[in-house]
Design a binder for this molecule. Structure first.
Ligand SMILES: Nc1ncnc2c1ncn2[C@@H]1O[C@H](COP(=O)(O)OP(=O)(O)O)[C@@H](O)[C@H]1O
Ligand SMILES: [Mg+2]
Length: 383
């Protein structure tokens, strides 16, 4: 299943977003244009649906509704999110639609409440809240039906799908030295601190087969690397071990703390791509990777996702990544900050870019120049 369309109202730096989404989505835009905030709307839906989540926690984790509600909005309008779910990008009418509006309860603790919650299966509307029960007991509006198993039986597929969303922003230092960063960590482990644990907890057969695939890919990307396995040290702590071809006979073995940032990130990235068939949200996958590898990411993602039928959305600044000729203009969403909040459009709908793409330019050449702030030359004048 994929999210084939999203509408946002007053969500962080977006006053209004209304776009179709493909199997692959590339989010491009200048710094602070809202790429992470866009992904956060999808993480928010995941947080509503997941075990131990729910509306109150999802809003609290983000510092309250006042932090979420768009600062560009006048007065106090509702924050609204609507998603359409389809089997794939070719489907014309969505299988499901889910929509919520959020507002702050007047008085009291300022807790967020639903102004509405609506669910459709095809053309048929299954849920239309506030309903009579909500009117009898307004406290019910502090919870969505996504988070209540006894209320979502008719559309269980929606929370199941949303809950399985994976968000990744891999930080090599955390993969390498998880114990050096104390504290509770963040649910879902977006930065990869518990990555090795995830690897070891995977059943042996699956684990071996994934590591084998990653090894094959790494052998191409990191030619000195010959073998990748997982081992446990004397204390029973899991490690990744690679055999490197050395100048002397008998190859050298290395553990993950000696891997390069790029190797570690690539391993984490490949593992995540192979791990499940749920929606995958990636932050700047190009970080620490060399240009050659980065330029191959779109086709790698394409091949892996076709096999899994999963949707992948990623934020990127990388010209190497966007130079892939196979990327279509409708797969790329450009975020343009304006005085009224950030505008989001597929670049295929922007006339000037469309002409350049038709003329044979890649997304990198046609669209990336638009992500550079207009006054960027003044940056070097800063004293
Ligand atoms: N409620 C809000 N209203 C308006 N702007 C917001 C709100 N919340 C965050 N922002 C702004 O969004 C920007 C960050 O966007 P972000 O998604 O991190 O950018 P990117 O990932 O593209 O670099 C910041 O400038 C921040 O001030
Ligand atoms: Mg960001």
């Amino acid at each position: 299943m994929i999210i084939s369309h999203i509408t946002l109202k007053n969500w962080r730096n977006f006053r209004s977003v209304d776009v179709d989404l493909r199997d692959r989505v590339f989010l491009v835009g200048s710094n602070a244009s809202g790429k992470s905030n866009f992904l956060d709307a999808l993480r928010f839906l995941r947080d509503l649906a997941k075990d131990g989540g729910g509306l109150q926690k999802a809003v609290r984790d983000r510092g309250g509704l006042s932090k979420i509600r768009c600062l560009y909005a006048r007065r106090y309008p509702d924050v609204e999110i609507e998603v359409h779910l389809s089997e794939n990008e070719l489907q014309t009418a969505p299988t499901w639609r889910y929509a919520i509006g959020l507002k702050q309860k007047k008085g009291g603790q300022n807790e967020p409440v639903l102004s509405y919650e609506r669910v459709w299966k095809g053309d048929k509307q299954l849920i239309d809240r506030p309903n009579t029960e909500d009117k009898r007991d307004v406290l019910r509006l502090t919870q969505t039906y996504l988070e209540q198993i006894n209320a979502n039986a008719e559309f269980r597929k929606i929370p199941k799908f949303l809950e399985s969303t994976l968000y990744l922003h891999l930080v090599p230092q955390l993969l390498r030295y998880p114990e050096a960063f104390s504290g509770a960590g963040i649910q879902g482990d977006p930065f990869g601190r518990n990555f090795l644990e995830r690897v070891t907890k995977t059943p042996e057969k699956t684990r071996r087969s994934r590591l084998k695939k990653i090894e094959d890919a790494l052998r191409i990307a990191v030619p000195q690397l010959k073998q990748l396995t997982d081992v446990k040290d004397e204390m029973g702590i899991p490690h990744l071990e690679a055999v490197y071809e050395h100048w002397r006979p008998g190859a050298g073995k290395q553990r993950e703390d000696q891997f390069s940032d790029g190797t570690l990130r690539l391993i984490g990235l490949l593992w995540s791509l192979l791990e499940s068939d749920s929606l995958l949200l990636l932050e700047e996958p190009e970080l620490s990777l060399n240009a050659g590898i980065t330029s191959k990411l779109p086709s790698l993602i394409y091949r892996l996702q076709k096999a899994k039928k999963r949707q992948i959305m990623l934020s990127t600044h990388s010209a190497d990544l966007l130079s892939d000729e196979g990327i279509g203009g409708e797969e790329v969403l450009l975020m343009t900050p304006t005085a009224e909040g950030t505008k989001v459009e597929p670049v295929s709908l922007i006339k000037d870019i469309k002409l350049l793409l038709e003329g044979g330019l890649s997304i990198a050449d046609a669209a990336l120049p638009l992500t550079v702030p207009p006054a960027i030359d003044k940056l070097i004048l800063v004293k």
